[in-house]
Design a protein around this ligand. Sequence first.
Ligand code: FES
Ligand code: FES
Length: 172
Amino acid sequence: MSGTIRLTINGETVDVQPGDADMNLIDYLHERRDLTGTKLCCGIGVCRACTVCTRNLLDSPMEKTLACSTPVSAMRGMHVYTVEGLMQDGKLSPLQQSFLESFAFQCGYCASGFLMAATAMLDHLRAHPIDSAQLDETIETWVGGNLCRCTGYVKYIEAIRKIATPYTRNGA
Ligand code: FES
Ligand code: FES
């Protein structure tokens, strides 16, 4: 497809140079935007360390996208969100704060992928609340494929559950 590829990254409008259109999104983020918080691990769409959030329209729900295996050209007209965009008014997002307070990660290499997958999940829960009894299954659906080589996942799930529970219909 020809023409300028325009997208937004963390709310900023970006025009991709034609020569960069075939770059993987993660390489584009690292090398052209200096956004290195999205991590490369397997590079083949398995570990999900490279997860970012995307959406077609500002009012459509966020989805998960694997930046290691998505060309930047596929993001034409899309809104892309990386871990660098999570802070609000200079403060960590509630999810980031919960990860810290729960000691959810050790080396932290996988943390941005977990954060972005859970952020997309929360965006869906805001629009379509579920019963609290369904929450663990929902977390598994959205985050269960993210791999961590350091922890037992339990703290991650605890941290996400804490933030997601108020978004459930009968959550405390
Ligand atoms: S780096 Fe492993 S899925 Fe993208
Ligand atoms: S905290 Fe080290 S890989 Fe997850």
